[in-house]
Design a protein around this ligand. Structure first.
Ligand code: PLP
Length: 376
């Protein structure tokens, strides 16, 4: 099902458009998959389009129920209807969440990180402190003593990315409890971006929503989730925030104001269909991604100048190329592959590239072979 190469030319896919002048370089950067979405999504969209009237649309109870059932099944977390606020994307939600902070308040996060964690506070004219991720026992994690030392007196919010992008770490219960403990001790809100929650690839690892750990942690947490990565519908722009605390939810909605006026009706249609009927597709895509990851690992072993730590979730391999002693992004681009440049993820990203391996295996093989040739 996922082995078939689908020609995305002529669809204005961002993945292809931005680097179309690089003479046939294979795009393996921005985080969407080169696979068709679940058939139930395609069918639901067709049906909705056939109706022909595309007016303003409300979020339905059926959609919320479908999402809540999915979260309960996948993550064992019960989320009542009242906790939901729909937005047109997690990046929008990160900005909205930062808007809750007062002008003299700041946020803390980690680096290297998905770039909007650094730009959203800046957009909202709020300061952000970014603490370096550390290699701990073979995976990217947080040195909590160091993290705590960086909390400024005016800090009011932790911006957490779990599963982590880049690097694919799924924080353990122990790590999340530590984050919760720090938040309680310093009276910080937590904005937890869990967009990659449904794409855990390691067999013995489970995603734990931080807000599911205790009512006290939930009380200070806004969780951001979306169907966009899970079911490959990123172009439809749909996501939701979850907050147990009524005041916090109200603050989020106030911050959203009328800027994020409504959610795209086709996004709502696709999301409901995906959450209701996309389960089997999701299992299958994760299986396919696991096999792709094995290929990436083999490639890393065969090229000892490259390193890849434990990647527990996401289809994004965060490759340490520092031993190559050259700009790896440029090197691989010259070799015919477009990756994400580690530098764009902030401090600590220099010398790294991020490879999106959510593509038909034959294409991935070509990508890895081009990368190997580029290093010769
Ligand atoms: C951690 C993280 N948050 C948010 C997004 C984007 O979310 P959206 O497309 O809903 O704005 C991505 C996309 O790669 C991501 O990796």
């Amino acid at each position: 099902m996922f082995s078939k190469t689908i020609d995305r030319n002529g669809t204005h896919a961002l993945k292809l458009e931005r680097y179309k002048n690089y003479n046939g370089a294979i795009p393996a950067w921005v985080a969407d998959m080169d696979f068709k979405s679940p058939q139930c999504v395609i069918d639901a969209l067709k049906k909705r389009v056939e109706h022909g009237v595309f007016g303003y649309t409300a979020v339905s109870d059926e959609l919320i129920e479908a999402v809540a059932n999915f979260i309960k099944k996948e993550h064992g977390w019960s989320v009542p209807k009242e906790w939901f606020a729909f937005t047109s994307g997690v990046v929008a939600s990160l900005n909205i969440a930062c808007g809750i902070l007062k002008e003299n308040e700041s946020a803390i996060t980690t680096t290297p990180i998905y770039p909007y964690f650094l730009s959203a506070p800046a957009n909202m004219k709020r300061e952000v402190t970014a603490v370096r991720m550390r290699e701990i026992e073979g995976r990217w994690s947080i040195d909590f003593d160091e993290f705590e030392k960086h909390i400024k007196p005016n800090c009011r919010m932790i911006l957490l990315c779990n599963p982590y992008n880049p690097g694919g770490t799924v924080f353990t219960k122990k790590e999340l409890l530590k984050i919760g403990e720090i938040a309680l001790k310093h009276n910080l809100l937590i904005c937890s971006d869990e967009i990659h929650a449904d794409l855990v690839l390691s067999e013995n690892v489970k995603h734990i929503p931080i807000a599911s750990l205790s009512p006290e942690i939930a009380d200070r947490t806004i969780t951001l989730m979306a169907p966009s990565k899970t079911f490959n519908i990123a172009g439809l722009q749909s996501s939701f925030a979850l907050a147990q605390n009524k005041n916090l939810k109200a603050a989020f909605e106030r911050s959203m104001g009328h800027i994020n006026g409504g959610v795209n009706l086709l996004a709502l249609t696709a999301a409901q269909a995906a959450y209701e009927g996309g389960g089997e597709w999701l299992q299958n895509v994760k299986e396919y991604l696991r096999e792709n990851l094995k290929l990436v690992r083999k490639f890393i072993v065969n090229n000892p100048k490259l390193r890849l730590l434990e990647l527990e979730a996401t289809y994004l391999a965060w490759i340490d190329c520092r031993a190559l002693d050259t700009d790896p992004w440029k090197l691989f681009l010259k070799g015919g592959v477009v990756l994400n440049d580690g530098k764009s993820f902030g401090e600590g990203g220099e010398g790294f590239v991020r490879l999106n391996f959510a593509m038909p295996r034959a294409v991935l093989k070509e990508v890895l072979s081009r990368m190997e040739n580029a290093m010769r």
